[in-house]
Design a binder for this molecule. Structure first.
Ligand SMILES: Cc1ncc(COP(=O)(O)O)c(C=O)c1O
Length: 396
């Protein structure tokens, strides 16, 4: 019997694995051949989820909190999100109509894109940026319009001019991430005001992914764009998650805040793919957001120590310059002086020195000539990884 070729979705065929997943496949092949490999790749905190949060989940399970959750998010969690947004971000949102609980920021971003985009609308996307934004834009029928970032005074910046030059009549959404993965820039209020001016004048919507807000250094402060003006709040979807702030990556819980008509549309979209994180997980998330935030400060101090270790391990190299982040837990290393592509450098580091980093070009052409080095994990793995990285970079 002749077998017909399987016909799969054309839309799905345009999607890409994330850079981390593609590199992981290469690493596993090497490991299967017995190679010793140390990873400085993943954005996965190695801190355990704080005890009081885990205990809240255990209590909720013991109380039988296992039925379907409220599909907008359990009222208790939406209340907790409203309290958190007022406390940390100076923002007022109505938990009844303006907050939606999602399975991580991943679903928050994709739900916002699906709710906001019409077929062929452009999403203005800083370049370089977190590569996993690309596929959900395509899946939602959008087109990617890169906004090239520049390196100025040792940090990546997104200027008003670059944004202005990228906008076309089809541009509909600007997707921002501050603190910004992979480059580590924390956009300050002046920078955000310049960007906001373009958003308002060009009638754009803003999706603001603030997942790294709690991890900032040297006394910096995260500014939530929606807090800049009521006009900007009206056109902003704030996306956040408990993954990084509370070391809760595997719990899959996050939230969005936006004006009621946007949240209503997002709620409709979300119902088609997810009915929300598990009810007992939502109880633990409410506890995380409303209990003492001391654990967040302790983890931030831990990341600051790791960042200092990255600085001392990678300074003074002839053809590689470390760019310490203002926020988040990734450092960029500028290897443009080697004259090699970032992917070539990444492969040499992996195959010849057994250390895994991500090439900057994986995040867009604007990342070419750089490497992303994660210090989300510490301890022996970080020390060993940095020693291998220094050795490898010194030999380029
Ligand atoms: C910028 C950014 N947004 C979203 C995510 C995904 O977050 P979540 O675990 O909440 O789905 C990540 C994870 O690495 C990220 O770096």
């Amino acid at each position: 019997m002749a077998t017909e070729a399987l016909r799969l979705s054309r839309r799905a065929a345009r999607l890409q694995p994330t850079a981390v997943n593609a590199i992981l496949a290469e690493v596993r092949q090497l490991q299967a051949r017995g190679a010793s490999v140390v990873s400085l790749m993943r954005g996965e905190p190695d801190f355990p989820t704080p005890t009081h949060i885990r205990e809240a989940a255990v209590r909720a399970l013991a109380e039988g909190r296992t039925a379907y959750p409220d599909n907008r998010g359990e009222p208790r969690l939406r209340e907790a999100v409203a309290v958190k947004l007022a406390r940390d971000n100076g923002l007022q949102y109505d938990p009844g109509t303006e907050i939606l609980v999602t399975s991580g920021a991943t679903l928050g971003v994709s739900t916002a894109l699906t709710a906001l985009l019409a077929e062929g609308d452009e999403v203005l996307l800083p370049d370089p940026i977190y590569d996993a934004y690309r596929s959900p834009i395509l899946l939602a029928g959008g087109l990617i319009r890169p906004v090239r970032a520049a390196i100025q005074d040792g940090r990546f910046v997104l200027t008003r001019d670059a944004l202005e030059a990228a906008v076309t009549p089809s541009s509909r959404v600007l997707l921002l991430n501050t603190p910004w993965n992979p480059v580590g820039t924390v956009l300050d209020e002046l920078e955000l005001r310049a960007i906001a001016e373009v958003v308002l004048r060009r009638n754009l919507l803003l999706i603001s992914d603030e997942i790294y807000e709690a991890i900032v250094y040297d006394g910096r402060h995260h500014v939530s764009p929606a807090a800049l003006s009521p006009e900007l709040r009206e056109r902003t979807v704030l996306v956040n998650s408990l993954s990084k702030t509370y070391a809760m990556t595997g719990w899959r819980v996050g939230y969005c805040a936006a004006p009621a008509p946007i949240i209503q549309s997002m709620f409709l979209v979300l119902q088609q793919s997810s009915r929300g994180p598990a009810t007992f997980v939502q109880d633990a998330a409410a506890q995380a957001l409303t209990a003492s935030q001391a654990c967040v400060g302790e983890m931030r101090a831990g990341y600051a120590e790791r960042r200092a270790a990255v600085r001392s391990a990678l300074s003074g190299l002839p053809r590689a310059e470390v760019m310490l982040p203002e926020g988040g837990f990734f450092a960029m290393v500028d290897v443009r002086a080697t004259g090699l592509s970032s992917d070539e450098v990444r492969r040499r580091l992996l195959h010849e020195h057994g250390v895994v980093v991500v090439h900057g070009a994986a995040y867009g052409p604007g990342g070419e000539g750089t490497l992303r080095v994660s210090f989300a994990s510490g301890g022996e793995a970080l020390a060993q990884g940095l020693a291998r990285l220094r050795e490898g970079l010194a030999r380029l």
